[in-house]
Design a protein around this ligand. Structure first.
Ligand code: NI
Length: 395
């Protein structure tokens, strides 16, 4: 039976292994729901370390590490997919899959969790209960978490806590960034078609002009948030596409616009959806036009339970290896990790700094030049191990 600092030492001696796993995955990125090679790599690695693995979905995997006796369950999640981006890093292990790149660090998430699994598995006698490993496909398409949950990944056993880590290129390498409460926004997408009556541009009185109706609708939507939501309650409504018309002398039959809504509060999210639909139907109607509204909800608000964050900070302190902690403001980006938090209320999504100006690791997520400082990776692995160890040893 080893203590937490023994486990931390083991993590840091495995630094090269984390890096080589990460480079292997980085070199062979795969798009959402197509992560077949990555899944094989995960399954092989877990099995080679005596970890029970199941594959409830075509890609992705769930691992189980049972400790010494009955106890609680903690789930640790890593997303495994890459993006349709052509890599421009010139790294020796740059993507070999043309037009596909790990530009969001999911290669790092996977490698960090694999080695955490190894260390936990080799120290099963040091904790009670179960560690559940969620290697999730398709985060970028925001469908992977739901697919995994619907396939039963949060049952048998049901986790009592859930944690995920995302690399964060805006914070210094190795720092642990946390946010209490809402950490990332919900994400909804809309597309509205306004249907009028086409005709000659010189005789607008004989038409129902969908372009004019669109302009008024978009203008009203752009002032919706500022006039109806408490300024301290963050929400974004962005109209990002507009399509209409073919020629200067033709009033078109229809005009369309689309965009996104992001919120940090589920109630506000729901209220804005309702107001959006009223504006997008009634304003065109007042001009004699009709509208067809598609409004699609994707991810929920990532809500970190403050109690979990406090617990995580305790574990970090006890581990004694973390140099920098940083309380971060929420971001309006989104994550399907929110679906795990909706199910398992006790949990958090933590950000691991990977920025290092000296090696050019300064580009943002989803940039073709995205580079991480790999020296940060053992800290992510250490966080998985420390939080699990402390949680399963009775907080
Ligand atoms: Ni990501």
């Amino acid at each position: 039976m080893k203590n937490l600092s023994d486990l931390m030492n083991e993590v840091f001696t495995l630094k090269d292994e984390i890096i080589s796993l990460r480079r292997d995955i980085h070199e062979h990125p795969e798009l959402s729901f197509k992560e077949f090679r990555t899944t094989e790599l995960i399954v092989d690695y877990l099995k080679s370390h005596g970890i029970e693995v199941s594959r409830p979905t075509p890609t992705g995997a769930v691992g189980l590490i049972k400790g010494n006796g009955e106890g609680k369950t903690i789930a640790l999640r890593a997303d495994i997919d890459a993006l349709p981006i052509k890599e421009e890093t010139n790294l020796p292990f740059a993507s070999k899959n043309e037009g596909v790149m790990h530009a969001c660090g999911h290669d790092a998430h996977t490698a960090m969790l694999l080695v955490a699994a190894r260390v936990l598995s080799e120290n099963r006698d040091s904790f009670k209960g179960t560690v559940k490993l969620l290697f999730q496909p398709a985060e970028e398409k925001a469908g992977g978490a739901v697919q995994l949950i619907e396939a039963g990944a949060l049952q048998n056993p049901r986790p009592d806590a859930v944690m995920g880590i995302h690399v964060w290129p805006y914070s210094e390498a190795g720092s642990i960034g946390y946010t209490r409460g809402p950490a990332m926004a919900s994400s909804d997408f809309f597309n509205v078609k306004i249907i009028g009556k086409g005709g000659h541009g010189a005789y607008p009185h004989n038409t129902i002009d969908p372009v004019n109706a669109l302009v008024h609708t978009v203008s009203a939507l752009n002032s919706l948030v500022g006039r109806t939501v408490n300024p301290l309650d963050s929400i974004v409504l962005s109209v990002t596409t507009i399509h209409a018309g073919t020629a200067g002398n033709i009033v078109p039959e229809e005009a369309t616009f689309g965009g996104t809504v992001r919120a940090l509060n589920e109630d506000t999210r729901t209220r804005i959806e309702k107001l959006f639909k009223e504006i997008a139907s009634k304003i065109p109607e007042s001009f004699g036009a009709k509208s067809e509204i598609e409004y699609k909800r994707t991810t929920r608000v990532v809500y970190n339970s403050p109690e979990f964050i406090d617990f995580m900070l305790e574990a970090v302190k006890e581990a004694g290896v973390f140099k920098k902690l940083e309380e971060l403001p929420p971001t309006m980006g989104s994550e399907d990790f929110s679906f795990y938090l909706e199910e398992i209320k006790y949990g958090g999504f933590i950000r691991l700094g990977v920025k290092n100006e000296k090696i050019g690791a300064v580009y943002g997520l989803h940039s073709p030049k995205f580079i991480i400082d790999e020296d940060a990776l053992p800290y992510g692995t250490a966080l998985h191990v420390a939080v699990s160890y402390k949680f399963l040893n009775g907080e």
